[in-house]
Design a protein around this ligand. Structure first.
Ligand SMILES: Nc1ncnc2c1ncn2[C@@H]1O[C@H](COP(=O)(O)OP(=O)(O)OP(=O)(O)O)[C@@H](O)[C@H]1O
Ligand SMILES: [Mg+2]
Length: 304
């Protein structure tokens, strides 16, 4: 399995590993003690009254995720500093995201949005506390298992998209399938082959036609590159999509359309969406807005 790692530091490296084939499961929401919770069930069809209307897909490998889970994201009393001798960048008592929920994280530049995402993706580990994704404590995992878990379950969209310039549009989209057998198999079972699934996703995002698909990714507009990056995050149906300021380079009209597309695609896949931006005008398509300044007890001073 390979994983492209392009996180807060912007670096890219590849990791090669093997893992077992997936177990297909589906999920059902239910409310329990006032918070959104869901159980893995054999069927996602039955819903009781009062449950959220959007479905949650929760297919996960049995070796990584427990049979009963509660939340897509669960943070408990974490503290994180980039250097052991420096003050904490993040100090968060509790943060939860329900499966299928779309959450907008707002905070000024330097407030720790990308740092938070590096913890949720298992790129970094908190110095204290736990990070659970899909019910699995990733902060206790080895780096190797975190890499594997991220490749299988998390789709990232980055501010600068991080497309690989020497790969075609389709090859950029299918990249996660080369790194995760689970995502490769899910893409294949949906469309016959990862390449066909890449074309389906690109078409859903308004990118189709032989002329366009043949173009080098470097010859695409910013908005087009962004949609390629979204298709790459969505392929193989990861349960969690993390989008780190992917709209900052877009004009207002394109930004709105992009957000609607991203949200609709996450809905269709039953994925949870965490979207960060310092642009507080965004947020209409989300279920919830969270201010990192209020969540983070360090009172992190933005670096201007
Ligand atoms: N790889 C790193 N090594 C050391 N310090 C870092 C690293 N990445 C971020 N920081 C520091 O952590 C703090 C939070 O940075 P972070 O990138 O998480 O903020 P942000 O909210 O994502 O900002 P922006 O909106 O500009 O992307 C800043 O003080 C930053 O300098
Ligand atoms: Mg950032």
């Amino acid at each position: 399995m390979h994983e492209i790692r392009c996180f807060a530091s912007g670096g890219i490296s590849a990791i090669f590993r093997e893992h077992r084939p997936p177990v297909r499961e589906s999920a059902q929401f239910h409310r329990q003690r006032g918070s959104l919770r869901y159980r893995v069930r054999a069927s996602a069809d039955r819903r009781s009254e009062g449950e959220p209307s959007r479905p949650a897909t929760a297919a996960v490998p049995a070796q990584e995720v427990s049979a009963e889970r509660t939340l897509a994201v669960e943070i408990d009393r974490i503290r994180f500093a980039w250097m052991s001798d420096q003050r904490d960048v993040l100090d968060i008592a509790r943060f939860e995201v329900a499966a299928g929920e779309r959450v907008f994280i707002e905070g000024p530049s330097g407030s720790g949005k990308s740092t938070l995402f590096s913890l949720l993706g298992g790129v970094s580990r908190p110095r204290e506390g736990t990070v659970r994704i899909l019910g699995t404590g990733i902060s206790e995992m080895s780096a190797r298992r975190r890499d594997r878990f991220r490749a299988d379950h998390v789709g990232f969209v980055f501010q600068m998209f991080n497309l690989v310039p020497y790969l075609s549009m389709v090859d950029n989209v299918t990249l996660p399938c080369r790194f995760s057998r689970r995502r490769r198999e899910r893409a294949g079972s949906r469309s016959g082959a990862p390449e066909a699934e890449a074309c389906r996703l690109l078409a859903r995002l308004g990118l189709d036609g032989d002329e366009l698909l043949a173009r080098a990714v470097t010859d695409l507009s910013i908005g087009q590159q962004q949609r390629v990056a979204v298709a790459r995050a969505l392929i193989g149906e990861p349960e969690l999509i993390i989008a780190d300021e992917p709209t900052s380079a877009l004009d207002e009209g394109t930004r709105e359309r992009f957000l609607e597309l991203l949200s609709a695609q996450c809905d269709e896949a039953g994925a949870s969406l965490l979207f960060a931006s310092h642009d507080t005008r965004l947020g209409a398509v989300f279920d919830r807005r969270v201010s990192l300044g209020e969540l983070n007890r360090t009172g992190s001073v933005p670096v201007a």
